[in-house]
Write a protein that binds this ligand. Structure first.
Ligand code: SF4
Length: 282
């Protein structure tokens, strides 16, 4: 019997990442030198393409050579980055996803209204740094267990926003822990639409197939989250960066394979994985 391969409709790059990639590739065509603080998205293949096109990745702004442009990545940056770039005479090419700009806006509004900002997200993640940078002294929570240590008892007013790629179940657990500690709690659901679609599919597809393949970088929070959810539904879930990482043993005797990919994984990598799966012996 022929093996069935089902690719999730939501697999692969979201519009925010595609937009950032296009801005970077367009910028690379210009005469100006273009620098970027860190990788544009968390995917090694995309980063290599951009690097080959001529965009320089630098760890900090003082490493930008001469004048030119600074490309701000899909997941945004804190206001200090913009200020420092301006003071160094750099032009800003802002590839921040519009949905991340919206989170920044909500964060600032909370602060203006006197609410303590709480960001549910991964410590040290670029997007979370960009969000917390919008206000002073924000609290970051990655897991429900952190609430007791990081949130003071009887906090008067707090406003919660969420890193765009968070797992909704984790967010719900954190909110549940926050409720008894905060007198007035406001919550704005800032998990983005593409992430929600990904997470909805990943709660369904793994249970319908024998084995799941999740394509994307291990540095991509969003891909790792898909793998985490997939494993809960189907322990035969494997994350691979690209087709070269597939292991034939995983598929022996398996009649159906589900495939999905994180929001930073380009279509060409997904296509290669699907072709390799199709050519596996039955
Ligand atoms: S994951 Fe969501 S917020 Fe992030 S770039 Fe994609 S669409 Fe924008």
């Amino acid at each position: 019997m022929a093996r069935k391969i089902i690719v999730a409709h939501s697999a692969g790059q979201c519009f925010g990442v595609k937009r950032a990639f296009n801005i970077a590739m367009e910028a690379a065509q210009s005469e100006d030198s273009v620098a970027m603080l860190g990788d544009i998205v968390h995917n090694e293949h995309v980063v290599r393409k951009i690097d080959e096109a001529g965009v320089n990745v630098v760890p900090q702004l003082d490493r930008v050579d001469g004048a030119g442009s600074l490309l701000v990545r899909a997941h945004g940056a804190a206001p200090e980055v913009y200020e420092e770039a301006h003071s160094r005479g750099l032009k800003i090419l802002d590839a921040t996803c519009p949905l991340v700009h919206e989170i920044h806006q909500v964060a600032r509004e909370f602060a203006e209204d006197g609410f303590k900002l709480i960001v549910i997200g991964d410590h040290g993640h670029d997007e979370v740094i960009g969000i917390t940078g919008q206000v002073e002294d924000a609290i970051v929570l990655a897991a429900p267990e952190e609430v007791a240590d990081r949130v003071p008892r009887k906090l008067g007013k707090a406003g919660v926003v969420v890193q765009s790629t968070q797992n909704i179940e984790n967010v719900q657990r954190i909110i549940y822990e926050l409720l008894p500690r905060v007198r007035k709690l406001r919550y704005v659901d800032t998990i983005c639409g593409p992430t929600k679609t990904h997470q909805r599919d990943i709660r369904k597809l793994p249970a319908e197939v024998d084995v799941m393949v999740i394509v994307g970088s291990f540095t991509s929070a969003n891909t790792c989250r898909l793998t985490e959810i997939s494993k809960e539904k189907n322990p035969r879930s494997y994350q691979v960066e690209d087709a070269s990482r597939l292991e034939a043993d995983w598929f022996v005797g398996m009649e159906s394979i589900g495939v999905t990919a994180g929001a930073s994984t380009p279509d060409w990598i997904i296509d290669e994985v699907v072709s390799s799966l199709e050519s596996l012996p039955g």
